[in-house]
Design a protein around this ligand. Structure first.
Ligand code: FE
Length: 351
């Protein structure tokens, strides 16, 4: 079954499905350039609570939303191919490194909104894109195999005492590159490279799978400790599946680096497309996303924290996980270090 040919066919089928969806959803709105009652969103986020998020905006403003849901990289590729003819007004995606890449591709226009400037903390926005929720990169360990005080910092994971214990996804994944980028900002390139080498030397196995696979492997005792985004742990904590309950019971959570620069956080965010046919509606939508009600929906859809500090997430898993000191590094600075992080991880052999 899994010949390269069938893989290619699946990929083509996926692309085909995406294209026909696009024609169905967006084709109809193409003549509506002068119609500001329409907004075209390309979104790499698609969760159940997002439906209310979008319908509430339409209720409040009368602006109808056409949405293309897709994988992050597919949507960026699509925007690149469509160029100035793109019907897209807004791109919503995850990870500062991807938002920065979209910016470097020239996809975004400058945003100047007093509402966004006052609602979203300065370290969570740039001139061209804005974060609407945050997630943390945490340490999760097997309570039977590892003591909490052995894994208090990212640096601890490179300690030779943890040889054969560490599981983590591939080094070239944006989540890890962003963590590396933050480390470079705080500790410098040389220290980050030494850390990556130590981490690789401690691997329980070659990196494979996503964060949730690492969590399950820690639960099963195949690894002693893993690095994961907080929302994957929250998702497991909220699961009613017996095997997930069992996994969660064996896991301990550490907020890394509480005595130093804080736990690395990343974001979900959005930018307005340079050629946006409905720029006024787009800025209205961005400002709407920063409103109290939309913040709750947006964050809760993926078990994240609202970017607006006064809005409190009412999420049972996040409440259980508790408070922590988050890294306050500006997302823009983080994103700028991602290319260096890739080189550092390549040299360290973190594939
Ligand atoms: Fe994810």
């Amino acid at each position: 079954m899994h010949t390269p040919h069938s893989t290619r066919r699946t990929m083509l089928k996926k692309l085909g499905a995406l294209t026909s969806l696009a024609i169905a959803a967006i084709g109809a709105s193409l003549p509506a350039h002068a119609d500001d009652k329409v907004l075209n969103i390309y979104s790499a986020r698609h969760y159940q609570t997002d439906e209310s998020l979008y319908s509430n905006f339409t209720k409040q403003t009368g602006i109808r939303i056409n949405r293309i849901d897709g994988k992050e990289d597919e949507l960026m590729e699509r925007l690149r191919n469509e160029g100035a003819n793109s019907p897209a007004d807004i791109l919503i995606t995850v990870d500062a490194s991807r938002l920065e890449l979209a910016d470097r591709m020239g996809l975004f226009r400058k945003i100047n909104s007093p509402v966004l400037n006052s609602r979203i903390p300065a370290n969570l926005r740039t001139d061209t894109w804005v974060s609407f929720s945050t997630r943390a990169r945490v340490i999760v360990f097997n309570k039977r195999m590892i003591k909490r005080d052995q894994v208090q910092t990212y640096d601890d994971l490179a300690n030779p005492k943890l040889k054969g214990m560490v599981c983590v996804r591939a080094g070239n994944h944006p989540y890890n590159l962003s963590l590396g980028a933050a480390m470079i900002a705080h500790e410098g390139e040389a220290k980050t490279e030494a850390w990556a080498r130590g981490l690789v030397a401690n691997f329980a196995r070659e990196p494979k799978g996503g964060d949730i696979d690492q969590l399950r492997s820690v639960g099963a005792g195949e690894c002693g400790v893993a690095i994961s985004n907080s929302y994957y742990l929250a998702r497991l904590m909220r699961s009613t599946q017996p095997e997930d309950r069992k996994t969660v019971e064996s896991l301990g959570l550490v907020w890394p680096n509480q005595q130093t620069w804080g736990t690395h956080i990343n974001v979900s965010g959005a930018g307005i497309i340079k050629s946006a046919p409905h720029a006024d509606a787009a800025i209205k939508f961005m400002e709407y996303l920063a409103s109290d009600a939309a913040q709750v929906y947006f964050a809760d859809g993926n078990n994240e924290w609202p970017a607006v500090p006064s809005v409190k997430a009412d999420n049972p898993a996040l409440r259980t996980m508790g408070q922590f000191k988050a890294d306050s590094l500006p997302v823009e600075q983080l994103a700028k270090n991602v290319a260096t992080a890739q080189k550092v991880f390549d040299r360290a052999g973190w594939r």
